[in-house]
Design a protein around this ligand. Structure first.
Ligand SMILES: [Mg+2]
Length: 195
């Protein structure tokens, strides 16, 4: 196996997260525990950020459920390790096909929060797995390509998965909330917009 960080350009997860907020400022963002949530909170802490707290492998399932419950845009900020833990969720997403759901996979090929152990992302074809489940998918590795892919994914008539190869980072920001508060805040935001 090759170390792709030596041979391939990688996107900046902070810039890509800023792009998501620029393109879809009103979206519900469901972020994986650890780095995805820390980066999102550091870029902008907002009512529609649904940070996973101590619950690995459920980011895509939670985002999928939310997408069925609202017409608003729902974007999942997944990790490669978390998606591997619940890869079967892609089959459910493909079967139901909510067109307001985008799944972004921050692919750093490691379990960063638990110490940087390698995941099996190096030998797993996330794009192939998603498309086999009926979910359109693409893979990018630069900030510019990510923006184009994310815009395409939001516009696509159906769910879409965007795998974004990123540098490993370990941000300092920690959202200062417990899970009950996070859930209540997102729920109230969605309720207000539907009344
Ligand atoms: Mg990872």
């Amino acid at each position: 196996m090759t170390d792709r960080s030596n041979t391939k350009q990688l996107a900046d997860q902070v810039i890509a997260t800023e792009t998501i907020l620029d393109v879809t400022p009103d979206a519900v963002l469901v972020s994986n525990l650890g780095v995805a949530s820390y980066v999102l909170a550091g870029v902008e802490d907002r009512d529609r950020n649904f940070y996973m707290w101590g619950s690995m492998g459920v980011t895509t399932p939670v985002g999928f459920g939310l997408a069925l419950s609202t017409d608003d845009q729902v974007t999942v900020l997944e990790g490669d390790g978390s998606l591997l833990m619940s890869l079967g969720a892609l089959s459910t997403v493909g079967a139901h096909g909510p067109d307001n759901l985008v799944i972004v996979v921050w692919n750093n090929r490691k379990y960063v929060t638990t110490g940087g152990q390698p995941t099996h992302a190096e030998t797993t074809d996330f794009v192939g797995a998603a498309e086999s489940c009926g979910v359109r998918a693409t893979q990018v590795s630069s900030d510019g390509d990510f923006e184009n892919a994310y815009r395409e994914a939001v516009a696509h008539d159906g769910p879409m998965l965007v795998v974004c190869d990123v540098e490993e980072i370990d941000p300092d920001t920690r959202p200062p909330y417990d899970f009950a508060h996070i859930k209540r805040r997102v729920r109230e935001s969605l309720t207000e917009s539907s009344t």
